[in-house]
Design a protein around this ligand. Structure first.
Ligand code: DON
Length: 420
């Protein structure tokens, strides 16, 4: 226990350096949050899956993983618990990879249900409202192929393991406990079969769903899985691409609208980090382009979300400005320097050139058309780390404009970051 907090950190695979150390400023932040939420009373440990009732209500852990794969964690960082509903976004991601977004959403909706996770929720087309509630998640599991007994689950397990960066295994006691008692989930499966959206047989889909929910994880696993989504589908610890950037985005979208069940709106307002909770007390939160977070504390509120987990993430978002709709005071400038010598203008760019950055670049280049002292322009990309498709198109259009106006413009791209 506490091993990451006390000087035995995970290391980044790239450089092998410890990612955390005693007294590390990020660890202090997490310790502060732990202290603040430790005394929060309230909440009830889930017992409708009998095996979950054994959980220690005092257990608490929180972990954060950076886009560069640095992991920080405090509390009970290696205590295992079952992933439960937090498996749903990852199985959704897999279904979208295999079938495409439109096919998946022919079977399951994309609307927040405003209802509890186990609601009988079907829309006018016979589809469960969204893939984060049980009804929709069972359908999503049924869409992953091949559906044969054992084969599909092994596929699910290996993909969730790739998200976590280690082999995840099933907690057999929790699996059996839910398989023996989960008749409401079977009923939801049959309703979806009747609606023509579940790929049967129901029992096969439900069994694989129970197994995926019983995969055993730690808060650090959750943080790595969250970070993999946050950075667009590449596991920052292993470097493996698990899903496409687009699939990662779709998954974060669904998490942000539906991940916290009937608290999704309140969550968006007060925390604003795409997240998914589970009845064993875990919450996974994925701040786009920033951090992956995992929290564990078993007592749940009436919506089935961890009481201390919700409080901890609220604190983290507020104090460290992780709300996904925060607005920067000033967009970062992509222009490193502009120098003129004679009739030549040298524009050096830096960082990631996305549409927003490219708009700043082309508006600066456009000024040279009216400036009769400038006849030659060089755009230097040596310090640029990447170019989006939209940025490439915008720059190409501006170079065309410059040529039309008689300005001789060249791009120096020694590392080929602009791509094709
Ligand atoms: O299907 C169930 O009821 C559980 N295996 C998972 C539900 C769950 O985690 C809901 N989240 N808060």
């Amino acid at each position: 226990m506490d091993h990451l907090a006390h000087g035995h950190p995970r290391t980044t695979p790239a450089d092998g350096h410890p990612a955390t150390e005693e007294g590390h400023p990020v660890i202090r932040v997490l310790e502060g949050i732990r202290e603040e939420v430790a005394d929060l009373a309230g909440g009830v440990v889930a017992d409708y899956i009998p095996e979950l009732a054994h959980a220690d209500p005092e257990a608490f852990g929180i972990a954060v993983v950076s886009p560069h794969g640095r992991a920080y964690a405090v509390g009970e960082t290696d205590r295992p618990f079952t992933i439960q509903s937090i498996s749903k976004p990852f199985v959704y991601a897999l279904a979208v990879e295999e079938r495409g977004l439109d096919d998946v959403h022919a079977h399951v909706g994309a609307e927040p249900s405003g209802e509890p996770f186990n609601a009988i929720s079907l829309d006018e087309r016979g589809r469960p409202e969204n893939p984060m509630i049980n009804a929709g998640a069972i359908v999503t599991t049924s869409l992953v192929g091949p559906g044969e007994r054992g084969v599909r689950f092994e596929h699910l397990r290996s993909v969730l393991s790739a998200f976590a960066g280690r082999e995840l295994v099933v907690d057999e006691a929790v699996y059996r406990s839910e398989a023996e008692t989960g008749h409401r989930n079977r009923a939801l499966g049959y309703l979806s079969l009747a609606g023509g959206v579940l790929v049967g047989p129901v029992e096969a889909a439900v069994q694989d769903y129970f197994r995926q929910c019983a995969l055993s994880v730690t808060v650090v696993d959750l943080a790595v899985m969250a970070a993999t989504l946050a950075v667009g589908g590449v596991n920052p610890l292993t470097g493996e691409r698990v899903v496409s950037q687009r699939t990662a985005r779709h998954t974060l979208s669904i998490m942000s609208s539906c991940g916290m069940y009937d608290r999704a709106g309140e969550w968006g307002l007060r925390v604003g980090i795409p997240a998914k909770s589970g009845v064993s007390g875990g919450i996974l939160a994925s701040a786009p382009g920033a951090f992956g977070v995992g929290v564990f504390s078993p007592p749940l509120d009436e919506a089935g979300n961890s009481v201390r987990g919700v409080a901890a993430l609220g604190r983290l978002s507020d104090d460290y400005d992780l709300h996904m709709l925060r607005t920067p005071a000033e967009p970062p400038s992509p222009v490193h320097s502009v120098t003129r010598s004679g009739d030549t203008l040298d524009v050096r760019l830096r960082g990631e050139i996305d549409f927003l950055a490219a708009e700043q670049v082309v508006s600066r280049l456009a000024e040279t058309i009216d400036d009769t002292r400038v006849r030659t322009v060089t755009v230097e990309l040596e310090r640029v780390s990447g170019f989006s498709d939209a940025a490439r198109a915008l720059l190409a259009a501006e170079l065309h404009e410059l040529a039309e106006a008689g300005v001789d413009a060249t791009v120096r791209d020694p590392r080929g970051v602009r791509g094709a």
